[in-house]
Design a protein around this ligand. Structure first.
Ligand code: ATP
Ligand code: MG
Length: 340
């Protein structure tokens, strides 16, 4: 066994349950890497309220520089301060590094009893435009306006990500999700771009579903979906819905991908209701780390971690409360480490 150079990775533990799930994931990755000669050099930074208290900035410049240099980050959830002049920290990072593609695989874990066994779908959420750009004004004290921006460039590149993924992984269907019957111009442009891209992938079935109908369809028969391609806001809502199909927000990972950098983070937020109580499920961040391991070309370690995680679910003895168990975050992480 030869030891390779350590992977330099920017680590943002975040706040709320962030530090707990991050500590669990780091310990699992270090153990998994060790026997394969793979090591990590974590460059750790605060973001959000903690960072503001220390540096006077919600996102310290040193964090930006670190992501720019390392080109890969693993990030826990960060609470967005409500009110005040600062927009979401997550959204700011995605915009700053032009991480236009938010990739969220939704796959059932073995042994977990849910209403929908054997789910395996993928969401591609546009990550840089739509109502998420946060362009809002008060027209007068009684009228607020939010601007929804959809561009040809943004729509075409997210559609390409979804179709490239489908082609590479042999997925059969892509559904573009929209509300173009009401937002004829913005969502109209989005599906126009999706349709144009679809024409370049004749082997993949392309369909368009309206977002409200999609919510009903997902609950009635989620198996009809394979790859979901959608705008930013619908993607946010559909991701939480889809996480519910497989057992909740504690499970679903995510990758924010751009041309230069990638930030891996769970779909869930900082869950202040259970923070600091050793109750959080680290699975979502751990599966995000598995996506990261593939991204940095460590498929052996990635598979090892995923197998150990699945073994713990299949056994079903050491699960966290959100999925019906009684174990804490640390005990769950120890079980995964033991299964490695
Ligand atoms: P955001 O606006 O940042 O997306 P949110 O409003 O969607 O946040 P979350 O923080 O994701 O909310 O939490 C929603 C619910 O899911 C909470 O009850 C929380 O406890 C639960 N939850 C979220 N993540 C986890 C986790 N990793 N383990 C267990 N429960 C979780
Ligand atoms: Mg949410």
């Amino acid at each position: 066994m030869t030891t390779k150079a350590a992977h330099k990775i920017t680590l943002v533990p975040g706040d709320g349950i962030g530090p707990e799930v991050t500590a669990a994931v780091v310990s699992i990755l270090e153990t998994a890497g060790k026997s394969e000669g793979v090591t990590f050099d974590w460059h750790t930074y605060d973001a959000g309220a903690d960072a503001f208290a220390k540096t006077g900035e919600y996102i310290p410049k040193a964090l930006y520089d670190s992501i720019e240099q390392n080109r890969v980050a693993l990030k826990g959830p960060v609470t967005t301060p409500i009110g005040g002049g600062f927009s979401s920290i997550n959204v700011t990072l995605r915009k700053k590094f032009d991480l236009y593609s938010n990739f969220r695989p939704v796959k059932s874990l073995p042994g977990l009893v849910t209403k929908y066994p054997g789910i395996d779908m993928v969401i591609f959420r546009e990550n840089t435009e739509d109502l998420y750009i946060g362009l809002e004004v008060m027209i007068n004290p009684d009228i607020a306006q939010s601007l929804k921006i959809i561009t040809r460039k943004g729509s075409t590149r997210i559609a390409k990500s979804a179709f490239d993924f489908a082609r590479k992984l042999g997925r059969k269907k892509v559904h573009a999700i929209h509300k173009a019957n009401i937002m004829k111009l913005s969502d109209g442009l989005f599906i126009k771009c999706c349709k144009e891209v679809a024409a370049e992938y004749p082997e993949i079935t392309y369909a368009e579903h309206i977002v409200d109908n999609t919510c009903m369809q997902l609950v009635m028969n989620p198996y009809q979906y394979d790859v979901i391609l959608t705008e930013n806001l619908y993607g946010d809502i559909l991701s939480d819905l889809c996480s519910g199909l497989i057992g909740g927000l504690g499970l679903v990972p995510g990758a924010n991908l751009g041309a230069e950098c990638a930030i891996f983070e769970a779909v869930h937020g900082s869950a202040p209701d259970i923070a600091g109580q050793d109750k959080a499920n680290p699975t979502a961040l751990l599966q995000s780390a598995v996506l990261m391991l593939h991204h940095i070309d460590e498929p052996v370690v990635a598979e090892k971690v995923q197998k150990a995680l699945e073994a713990v679910y299949a056994e079903g003895k050491t699960l966290t409360r959100d999925v019906g168990g009684t174990s804490g975050t640390k005990a769950f992480a120890d079980a995964v480490i033991a299964a490695l």
